[in-house]
Design a protein around this ligand. Sequence first.
Ligand code: C2E
Ligand code: CA
Ligand code: CA
Length: 647
Amino acid sequence: MSINRSNAALYQSEGLKLLYGNSLLGIIIGFIASGILTFTFITNVHFAAKMTWWLMLSAVLFLRLIDTLFWFRTPDSAKNHTRWQLRFSLGCLFTAALWSAYGVLFFPSFSLAEFTTVVVILSALAGGATSTLSGNLTIAILYNLTILAPFSLTMLAQPETWQSNLGILGMCSTAAMIVGAIRSTRYTREVILLRDKNKMLVSNMEDTIRKRTQQIYEISHIDSLTGLYNRAAFLSAAEDICSQYREKHIDGFCIFFIDLDGFKNINDTLGHDIGDRVLHTLSARLYEFYRPGSQVCRWGGDEFIFLLVNGDKYAAQQLGDEIVRSLSRPIIVDGQKVTLSATIGISVCPEHDTSLTRLIQLADIAMYSQKGKYPERVAFYNMELESNLLRKIALNEALKTALANDELRLMYQPIVNPQGRIVSFEALLRWHYQGSDISPAEFIPLMEQSGRIVEIGKWAMEEACRTLLEIQKRRPGVAMCVNISMIQFYDKEFVSNVTQLLSTWQIDGSSLHLEVTESIFNAELQVIYQKISALQQQGVRFSVDDFGTGYSSLSVIQNINVDYIKIDRSFINNLDSKGLAIVEAVMNISQGLKFYVVAEGVETAKQRQKLIKCGVHFMQGYYFSRPLEYAGTLALLETDSLDVAAQ
Ligand code: C2E
Ligand code: CA
Ligand code: CA
């Protein structure tokens, strides 16, 4: 119903447009035809009447002309269609009535020529109207009836047969014209509705295209998980900010490279679903820092980038701290409390660079090196960080081939008893690379990070065992201490490798001492305890290295049978103050827990003296010997005591 009503309204308004659109031509033709008719057949008879008729028609046509011009000048929105339709109908039907009046009133005085002309003009007007008035059915019918019917009826009433026959013909053509008008109106109506439908279709299509374009934009610019900008979108927005800097519209900007701490753990232990929700929550928290002009995006995985426009270093530090604080707040997912944090690296434009890619790289470097030291903090980029990182990358690359290139070797440092007699050697790894020795403090962590320590550690243990055999040929009972990284313990084959090594070289388990750091006891991993005790059952001894520097307490050490505790060099260095108390405390406990104590880093006779006084079981340090090459190690065995003071 409502559709029909709106169709009717549409036809009314569009039909009116059509009527007024055709009106001008009708007015001109009407004016010309009336002039020709009047002035061709004007005689003294009816002179005044015909002139009056012509003036009346001209006046009506003139009024219609004004009305038409008004129509075109009035904006569509201000048009009252019913009123305009009434005005048009009146003008049009009044014109028709005047034409009809001419035919009826002046009929008695028509010559054959005038009669023919009138018939032709009226027929032409009626014929033309079927199409020009097709914008409104009622007007079209009334116009035709008004123009043709009275004249036809007048003829019909004539006594002459040809005239009454012409009258019948006139009535027939009136009917035909009306049928024609109905058809043409219907056709026009359909065209109008169809055109409107097409317009609707096109606008719907445009709407669909707009929606699709929006969807495509979102897919290509928005990260679906977090709703933040993705990498591509960020880069293009950030490039604009770079151009603003180059054009001096802004003073500069800071790039924050944000990396979540501990996210991998969440994914691994609680599953990807929870991981996704955690990311979603943290992204929302990050977005709270968004301000107009800044940018924030998910760079990938658990990395985000925040761009701060015009911020100085102080403001950047403040913002970075706030972001870390916000991301460190606990999250509740599925009733579980999850706490993560973030490490942020910041680079500043123009201080550090002006290229966007480079600034992102620098912020990444700052983040990465901060994470390696103290995560959950904010760090600014500086040149040193980058050269450190480049060196790390280069060394890491070189480590891949270090073993194959024969760049690795072991040195051995003796461990002695209070009399200075060698009881064991500690195998210490050396890397000679491009003409210089790289410190183990530098390359061991790199090997641990890359996991290469598993392969190299295995090689070192074999190498140490081979040396041990040579040592034992000269001094049976001397043991070999090998440093073992936590990573090596995770290796499935660790225990079987050691077992195999002992049996291949026919080494007594008690001659092999494995040095592990305190952190191993923090892990509280049952697997690691099991591996340690499996090896202890074969006689292998365990030493806790660098004792006192880690986080473990002596109570943890109770859980496992430790054979040796090596007190870290920093305490031995400090025997005059705190160090002595530590040594004494460890010595006390050693009696209860039954482990031996080794003092590391003994450099002076005074230190040696104090340590012996404390009852330390063994000592190691430059005072006795520096780490030695293979040949030097074997040669050292010729010496009975390394302790000058004891000799
Ligand atoms: P660490 O296990 O504590 O090894 C003892 C370190 O102290 C050695 O340094 C040694 O040269 C040094 N040292 C010995 N006596 C003295 C002294 O009197 N004064 C001073 N100032 N230093 C002394 P190095 O060889 O540089 O080794 C550093 C660390 O690298 C080792 O510390 C150990 O944690 C690690 N490392 C060395 N070789 C290996 C290995 O084969 N495997 C593993 N996993 N780590 C190793
Ligand atoms: Ca050690
Ligand atoms: Ca040590």
